[in-house]
Design a protein around this ligand. Structure first.
Ligand code: NAD
Length: 205
């Protein structure tokens, strides 16, 4: 009904789904014209070909951040850590496209990558989306690197009123002085994802 409704411009399914539900059957049944999350094979295929499409919301948010802060990505060594369909893989494609934010030389690292620290030490831009709290440490990077932290984790804390604190995949406090730019968690990639989801919805409308 939502696919057909003329009053509704966007439809997303909040992932992950319970194990007994096939994620692909569900996400692929969303009309690609309303797929504001950008997960449908038609949108992914169009993104790879550089055609007009809904970009996946988190990578779209990251590209927008790099654009807004006028970060030069052309010819830079960009390391993407994590190869999920929703973040790492599309991110690696977008950073290697022939566009203003793009034209980077991209390496896509994942759980089977050997000697990751050699890649992190060599990178000019590091995008981390692995789901391991405080994974990237100061001794793994070179000076003045640009770091985008996609991870979000809720860790117990005795200091905060709520009893927990949010951290990313990057050990922010140990690393921040060594970087030229770094996104915080919370308040970095998360809000950009939401903004870009709404931007896609506006395009759809
Ligand atoms: P995922 O959990 O689906 O996959 C993790 C990926 O990381 C895999 O490709 C795996 O190979 C790789 N990986 C795991 N451990 C590794 C290691 N030690 N070294 C190298 N690679 C390793 O990934 P996801 O769905 O992209 O989520 C990653 C993190 O980003 C999670 O914390 C998630 O909550 C967060 N996230 C945030 C946003 C946002 O809007 N801020 C959006 C999506 C995901």
């Amino acid at each position: 009904d939502i696919n057909k409704s003329e009053d509704i411009d966007g439809l997303i399914v909040q992932l992950p789904l319970p194990k007994h539900i096939d994620e692909q059957i569900i996400t692929h049944s969303i009309s690609y014209k309303k797929d504001v999350d950008g997960f449908h094979p038609i949108n992914i295929g169009r993104m790879v070909l550089g055609l007009d499409c809904f970009l996946p919301a988190t990578p779209f948010g990251i590209i927008s951040l790099l654009d807004e802060y006028d970060i030069n990505t052309s010819g830079k060594k960009c390391l993407v850590i994590g190869r999920s369909h929703i973040v790492g893989t599309p991110m690696s494609i977008l950073m290697s496209r022939n566009t203003r934010i793009g034209n980077a030389t991209v390496t896509l690292a994942h759980s089977r990558t050997k000697n990751l620290h050699l890649l992190t030490k060599d990178a000019d831009i590091i995008i981390v989306a692995i789901g391991v709290p405080n994974f990237l440490k100061s001794n793994m990077i070179k000076k003045n690197v640009v770091i985008i932290d996609v991870g979000i984790h809720r860790l117990p804390s005795k200091i905060t009123k709520s009893g927990y604190k949010l951290v990313g995949d990057v050990d922010f406090n140990s690393i921040k002085e060594k970087t030229s730019y770094i996104t915080p968690v919370p308040g970095g990639v998360g809000p950009m994802t939401i903004a870009c989801l709404l931007k896609n919805t506006l395009y759809s409308a």
